[in-house]
Design a protein around this ligand. Sequence first.
Ligand code: CA
Ligand code: CA
Ligand code: CA
Ligand code: CA
Length: 278
Amino acid sequence: MLLLLLLLFPFSASAEDQLNAGVVSGIWYSKFPFFAGETVRIYTAIQNNSGFDVKGKVQFLRNGESLEETPFSALKGGLVQVWADWEATEGTSNISARIVEAIPPVPNSFATAQHEVFVDMDTDNDNLGNLQDLDDDNDGLTDEKELVLGTDPLNPDTDLDGIKDSEDIIEEEPVSPKTFVSNIEAETEQFIGSIVQNLKEQKKQVEERIAANESQRPLLILPGIPQDAVPSRDNLESLALAAAITALGQWKIILILLGGIILWKLFFGILLGGPRQA
Ligand SMILES: [Ca+2]
Ligand SMILES: [Ca+2]
Ligand SMILES: [Ca+2]
Ligand SMILES: [Ca+2]
């Protein structure tokens, strides 16, 4: 590593009035890639090619804001690593390290190293950032499918019922046109069958009711009346009249009617006083 850092060292000679020391051309991390929320260590190194020992601090910055200041002491001719820890945030960050408060002072042109890094989220912690991961929440449904279904691609259990999204969603098998037609036919057949069954039941009930009426007819038979002449059980007035006619006989009716006429004539004759004499 040290040899590599020496190769990276940005300067081998400098003007006599400048201190020949500074950060190497680079920033590196304790792991890569890393994801948002993870704590990573940011490294840089200071090469001191001067004839003096150099002390000071390295200020680590993210997007121009200070993260940490780390003291260092670089012996003449030596190389030291300096680091700071950073809890990575999502997005693009410009990480830089610069020597401050150095004794003796380090030229500004040698004092700074920087690196731009993009930090992705890894929602399901499978070491594959969400940009590359097809199933960010590892619930068995791809992000694309979740967008169609309306579930949350960053939450394996969108409705918080303890069942992951892929098991909550029952995927319907696509229905072929042939199956679709068969289903329609079966449903139509079932519908017509239920209508026919219903009509059969109604017919049976009507027949039972007729049979019940037939069985009750003997109860209504009156003297002299043929069974066929009984119009219905409910028509009691007709039954009573028919029974009376049969019981008296037609000749008795005629006699009664004649008697009635005679009585009528007699009654009106007395009442009116008979024919008047002149
Ligand atoms: Ca992932
Ligand atoms: Ca998913
Ligand atoms: Ca989900
Ligand atoms: Ca669920």
